[in-house]
Design a protein. Structure first.
Length: 288
């Protein structure tokens, strides 16, 4: 009699871009997708940012309410990280008195404050308790005998009039990368299959056309080499991200990089990651 391989499957959804009055229209589609994921028996859902479109906390709460109504709003149910659209209000940043202010301290302060609020709203999905949460953070989850670890970093970079004019470039602080290399983190991840999670893409286009190069520059993860090197050093075999609205998967020096595409472009598609009995990961896209 053949042995049945025991596997763990998690779902990857990105770039919902829920927005104000459109939330009601988008909500029915999002509920259908969650229904499909739940009926499919997935053990966890990872959302890789841009949950909302205009950094409005009321839309964060609309998203959280849907998760709660589906019984998913819990540490073991979902992981949520922010994208640039969740934290940066371009209209506010580009106001005359902000845009022309040469002191970048205020921009950094606004981003930190918004991040703190985001973490408070989604605290239960990050820590599972009342402890203070920030980035980076790690989830080590047990599914029977299988151990799966998610390692989250924040890649949202504050708006700058010349260096980040669209608020869409990414950067992971050196302090976060250093924290992941602490011996205590490596000890916690030992024996577990590791997946890295961030919002920005380590690779976009590679084009000689000027307009494409300008687009790439405006969307890039600035210190992508450092980020990928850190994930390699902690043993990650996969990286999940969003931001660049393409459903795609590719390898970067041994790490399988998966772009979650965009729910706002295709609300019937999501990524499926399978942890096999021998610890290796595989990926495919599912259309409901």
């Amino acid at each position: 009699m053949a042995l049945i391989e025991k596997t763990v499957r998690i779902a990857h959804i990105s770039d919902l871009h829920l927005s104000g009055g459109a939330v009601k229209v988008q909500e029915a589609r999002f509920r259908r997708l969650l229904d499909a994921v739940q009926s499919g028996g997935y053990g966890h859902i990872v959302f890789t940012g841009d949950i909302v479109d205009t950094a409005a906390p009321r839309d964060w709460f609309a998203f959280r309410r849907i998760l709660e109504q589906h019984g998913l709003y819990a540490w073991e149910g979902v992981t949520v990280i922010p994208g640039n659209h969740d934290l940066i209000n371009l209209e506010e940043e580009m106001r005359f008195y902000n845009a022309l202010n040469p002191d970048n301290a205020g921009r950094k302060r606004r981003l930190r404050k918004k991040m703190q609020h985001f973490c408070e709203v989604f605290r239960e999905t990050m820590t599972g308790d009342e402890s203070v949460v920030g980035f980076p953070f790690v989830k080590v989850m047990q599914f029977g005998e299988a151990s799966l670890s998610l390692v989250m970093v924040n890649s949202v970079f504050n708006w700058l009039p010349f260096d980040n004019p669209l608020g869409a470039r990414g950067y992971v602080e050196q302090s976060e990368l250093s924290a992941l290399l602490d011996p205590s983190v490596c000890e916690a991840l030992e024996g577990s299959t590791v997946i890295g999670v961030c919002h920005h893409a380590p690779r976009i286009y590679d084009s000689g056309v000027f307009i494409d190069q300008a687009f790439d520059w405006g969307m890039e993860l600035i210190n992508r080499s450092e980020v990928m090197d850190t994930f390699r050093r902690i043993g990650a075999s996969m990286l999940l991200h969003g931001h660049f609205h393409r459903f795609q998967a590719y390898y970067d020096d041994g790490i399988l990089v998966v772009n979650g595409g965009s729910f706002s472009y295709n609300p019937r598609r999501f990524g499926e990651i399978t942890l096999h009995q021998d610890g290796h990961l595989s990926h495919r896209f599912i259309t409901i």
